[in-house]
Design a binder for this molecule. Sequence first.
Ligand SMILES: [Zn+2]
Ligand SMILES: [Zn+2]
Length: 127
Amino acid sequence: MQQKAKRNTRQKQLVRSVFEKMYNHPTADMVCAEVAKADPTIGRATVYRLLNSLVEEGSAIKVPVHDGADRYDITVKPHDHAKCLQCGKVLDVSVEGELPRVKDVDFTVQGGAVLYYGLCRECSQNT
Ligand SMILES: [Zn+2]
Ligand SMILES: [Zn+2]
């Protein structure tokens, strides 16, 4: 293997293993900070690129959060998220009940991924 390809593979393994230990839906910046602790020579652009390649190959999903940076998620099966308005943490949630019905357009809901907003347990106890 060429030197460059080898280095690439090693960096990707490191980013993957750091990311896999973060169960808190990290942003790319949060992953960068953890990767820097393990190997300060890996730059931000590389971490961003490697995270996106994990998404492309189906090892991670990107969770868009409208008021902040996208989150990366190791759980790839479709699921809903809830974001705490106070501390910004993003949690996996499952919702009970039937699928919602769309009222104003002709559209049959078969599934989806939703981002809910609210307060996490710690934050609602502190208010
Ligand atoms: Zn919170
Ligand atoms: Zn998730």
